[in-house]
Design a protein around this ligand. Structure first.
Ligand SMILES: Nc1ncnc2c1ncn2[C@@H]1O[C@H](COP(=O)(O)OP(=O)(O)O)[C@@H](O)[C@H]1O
Ligand SMILES: NC(=O)OP(=O)(O)O
Length: 320
């Protein structure tokens, strides 16, 4: 049966390792599109979201490096919009190619999406979202002094600049996204979590932040009435005791059980924790909805024969 699926692409779907050139990122997008097209072939309707941490951080650095009176540096919300357009364009080309290879005729469109946040969200005074390249601790400490930015260690991979990451409360373009999906188009939306905006006195205003794409994807999935939120990352399953000798992977897990593991500190903040939290919110938002967390190469198997970690509300388990 055809499902409405929001597919949230993790970092490795667009940029693998240090491959940050336009060509390298576009090659990664083509590999991603070839996996996603298998789902389209089966008749599923896809809304594709993606991260932008490395890209938006690089755009910001490029702005700073070229700054002069005639070429002013553009702010973070505008760089967020640039990253949505740029990655959306790459994914559109990649999806077109994969569709053509499979003899499927469908339109692919990117919606530059704005995501509403609260002006007084506590995240604005406590930056947590890593963006841009990795630095050594020494380099990070020097940049912190020179530029006044905040740097943090990112999940054992090195030091990165961190910026505020407020919680999404609404996705402004959800109606048009819904319409496009109903029309049979493949939609790329909510890229980089969407451009963070607030309702100011003069209307919508961009703010200096980067929204977590897993939380934004969950919000969007609810608004477009998706059946499945499919979060694709670098691991095939969610684990407890991750990377420890007693590591245990989940295949099917209830919201209630996952909450206990969150309380036990099983999921790393800034990497697996937001995915698990978004998964829980979506699974419990309406009967019949589920979230799947898995790797890009398991995406098709996750929908067709139970690969990956399936997160469901407790009642659903009883119904099986
Ligand atoms: N409990 C866990 N189970 C599985 N993976 C985990 C866990 N804790 C941390 N991780 C790590 O989190 C990574 C996903 O986070 P991240 O790389 O930030 O996401 P993204 O794919 O969206 O860029 C996984 O690839 C894995 O290395
Ligand atoms: N915006 C966002 O969550 O990007 P990453 O997934 O690349 O961190």
């Amino acid at each position: 049966m055809s499902k409405r699926i929001v597919v949230a692409l993790g970092g490795n779907a667009i940029q693998t390792g240090n491959g940050a050139t336009a060509d390298e990122q576009q090659q990664a997008c083509i590999r991603t599109a070839r996996e996603l097209v298998k789902l389209i072939k089966d008749g599923h309707k896809l809304i594709i979201t993606h991260g932008n941490g490395p890209q938006v951080g690089n755009l910001l650095l490029q702005q700073k490096a070229a700054e002069s009176e005639t070429t002013p540096a553009l702010p973070l919300d505008t760089c967020g919009a640039m990253s949505e357009g740029m990655i959306g364009y790459w994914l559109q080309n990649a999806m077109d190619k994969a569709l053509l290879e499979n003899g499927i005729e469908k339109d692919v469109v990117t919606v530059v999406t704005r995501t509403l946040v609260e002006e007084n969200d506590p995240a604005f005074v406590q930056p947590t979202k890593p963006i841009g390249p990795f630095y050594t601790e020494e380099e990070a400490k020097r940049l912190e002094k020179e530029q006044g930015f905040v740097f943090k260690e990112d999940a054992g991979r090195g030091w990165r600049r961190v910026v505020p990451s407020p919680k999404p409360t609404a996705v402004l373009e959800y109606r048009i996204i819904n319409q496009l999906v109903d029309d049979g188009d493949i939609v790329i939306a909510g890229g980089g979590g969407g451009i963070p905006v607030i309702k100011g006195t003069d209307g919508i205003e961009g703010v200096e932040a980067v929204i977590d794409k897993d939380f934004a994807s969950q919000k969007l999935a609810e608004l477009v009435d998706a059946d499945i939120l499919l979060i694709l990352t670098a691991v095939p399953n969610v684990a407890i005791n991750f990377n420890q000798p007693n590591q245990q992977f989940f295949n099917e897990v209830t919201v209630e059980e996952l909450k206990k593991h969150i309380a036990d500190g099983q999921f790393a903040p800034g990497s697996m924790l937001p995915k698990v939290e978004a998964a829980i919110e979506f699974a419990k938002s309406r009967c019949g909805r589920k979230t799947i967390i898995t790797s890009l190469t398991q995406a098709y198997g996750a929908i067709t024969n139970g690969a990956g970690t399936h997160i469901i509300a407790k009642e659903e388990l009883v119904m099986h």
